[in-house]
Design a binder for this molecule. Structure first.
Ligand code: FAD
Ligand code: SF4
Length: 508
């Protein structure tokens, strides 16, 4: 009898382990657009449209390659609206008892599949460069897990940017060269854009009617939605943006939301691109003299290092990881995250582009929306659901360690060795946002003082017990202690006033 081959919306890779284990002549591929997944959090309309369109195109590609595909559209009359429901429905119709699946990227679905009254054969997701076993072997016995050391292992394993046993250029990491502010440049291209084809048009109408109230702008829709388009987007990035990637990596600029960032994460995370292939192609640009080492190393580190590292953490830490709250932050997520308005220009810029494109680059997520939430003591679980909902590249395995771990320190320091917090000075150095802000970044107290300046000290003061002994934070506490007591009291009182305003539903 036929087996069912489950393919999820982020498993759109022809070489997927479940497909490799299946028999094209006999087995039935099951793909389904279901409300349980589409409304688990209120996903951005562009993210939904991207996922449904890419799924439909992938199903058509499998069918053209000779697979039998049972595809459920969101509004099909028989749709049970959940993954387990669809598997049971297809199993009954087919007389099937066994399901072949590639391990899902979130604990919730892993549990749902293992609860099925069908025989489940769950295969490893080997589209990643490090297996769970490899990551766990690396992590075992270490007092702390630092991405940098894992990354070096991955460099050695893959030979990427290696010369003999040594790193290319003599150093493992060129980050020190990648912390420059950016100047406007009319010649920066931004990511490649695609006109919606018939399949995309149909999906846009569906999303427009079914998810009209979700935060985010659906149109204009310009994402790649199949492997050929994603490949074109990659080729475009390698030639136009990679050479400048390092120089502008941490910068933020009004009116240039992508700078030299790749906008490849939605495609990569959906399975339309392969991580090792991307890294090798980036390396080839360096070897051919078309891109400098600081750019290529920085880019490869994001994929070979960070992306693999956070995945390792997500699976190693187990199903309870998304609910960690080491700093016991409980403030509800303020409406400004959903476009409710703010006078902070930096946050307003990040939210506006999130609304339009389901995208913000790393420093905007970490040092604007993440930094503000951490300083203001926002419930990390609520923030995690926000990131999961609003970004086109968000899937739990990658979003949770970045939010709960790196950004909010809610895992108590597994991903980050110290909290990513900053006052307004950092934002001013790395962006042009402060120039057009109603707040004054140089003002530390009083009317018009930048909220980041006030909340920064409030955060440090309320978490003194935890962080004062951290060697990298000691000097900051010494600065705080050197301030006159009445100045410290003013800062804390004004910060508290700001938090009270947030709690009362006011804007900041
Ligand atoms: P580039 O800057 O061009 O980087 C190239 C690639 O490196 C990316 O496409 C991505 O695949 C990878 N990468 C870079 N940084 C990371 C990282 N920290 N973790 C994993 N991969 C990384 N990334 C996601 O893919 N999904 C998420 O849900 C997600 N949530 C995040 C939440 C927070 C709070 C923070 C601080 C970061 C998050 N990131 C997430 C990481 C990072 O912000 C995005 O990967 C990046 O902005 C994607 O845009 P890009 O393709 O232009 O990236
Ligand atoms: Fe953001 Fe403060 Fe600068 Fe305004 S002044 S843009 S709130 S950092």
């Amino acid at each position: 009898v036929a087996r069912l081959v489950l393919i999820l919306g982020d498993q759109l890779s022809p070489g997927l382990s479940a497909l490799r284990a299946a028999d094209r002549a006999r087995d039935l591929v099951v793909m389904a657009e279901v409300m349980a997944e589409a409304s688990h959090v209120r996903h951005h309309p562009k993210k939904l449209a991207f996922t449904f369109a890419a799924m439909r195109k992938f199903a058509a590609r499998l069918a053209a390659a000779g697979w039998r595909v049972a595809y459920t559209r969101l509004d099909d009359p028989g749709n049970t609206q959940s993954i387990p429901g669809e598997l049971l429905r297809r199993a009954a119709a087919e007389g099937a008892h066994q399901v072949l699946a590639t391990e899902p990227g979130d604990w919730r679905l892993i549990a749902a599949l293992s609860d099925l009254p069908l025989a489940l054969r769950q295969l490893p997701d080997d589209r990643f460069i490090a297996s769970h076993a490899e990551f766990d072997a690396w992590a075992a016995g270490r007092k702390s897990l630092r991405m940098e050391y894992f990354y070096r292992e991955m460099r050695r394993k893959t030979g990427l940017l290696m010369e003999g046993g040594a790193p290319a250029g003599g150093k493992w990491n060129y980050d020190a060269e990648n912390r420059k502010p950016a100047a406007p440049d009319l010649f920066r291209h931004g990511p490649l854009r695609f006109d919606p084809d018939d399949i995309v048009q149909e999906v846009l109408t569906l999303v427009e009617t079914r998810f009209a109230d979700n935060f985010g702008q659906l149109r204009p829709f310009w994402f790649a939605t199949d492997a050929d388009q994603a490949e074109a987007a990659l080729a475009h990035f390698l030639t136009t943006a990679l050479p400048g990637f390092g120089d502008t990596q941490d910068a933020m600029l009004t009116g240039d939301r992508f700078l030299n960032h790749a906008f490849l994460s939605p495609y990569l995370n959906a399975g339309l691109l392969d991580p090792l292939d991307i890294c090798r192609r980036a390396e080839a640009e360096y070897r051919a003299g078309r891109a400098p080492l600081n750019a290529v190393e920085g880019f490869i580190r994001q994929i070979l290092g960070w992306r693999e590292f956070v995945r390792g953490i997500y699976f190693r830490e187990g199903p309870g990881y998304p609910t960690r709250n080491a700093l016991t932050h409980t403030r509800p997520l303020p409406p400004l995250y959903w476009g409710g308005g703010t006078q902070m220009n930096c946050i307003a810029q990040a939210i506006a582009q999130t609304r339009e494109d389901a995208y913000a680059h790393h420093i905007q997520r970490l040092m604007l929306t993440g930094n503000f939430a951490l300083l203001a003591g926002i419930d990390p679980g609520a923030l995690h659901e926000w990131y999961l909902a609003v970004y086109a590249d968000a899937h739990e395995w990658v979003e949770v360690p970045n939010t709960i771990g790196m950004s909010q320190f809610a895992d108590g320091g597994i991903v980050a060795s110290k909290p990513y917090v900053s006052s307004g000075a950092y934002i001013d150095r790395m962006s042009d946002y402060c120039r057009s802000c109603q707040y004054d970044v140089r003002q530390k107290t009083g009317k018009g003082a930048c909220p980041f300046n006030l909340l920064y000290w409030h955060f440090l003061d309320r978490h003194r017990d935890r962080f004062a002994a951290n060697p990298r934070m000691g000097p900051i506490y010494r600065n705080w202690d050197r301030m006159p007591p009445d100045r410290r009291a003013t800062i804390l009182a004004e910060a508290q006033g700001l938090l009270d305003r947030l709690d009362a539903g006011g804007t900041v």
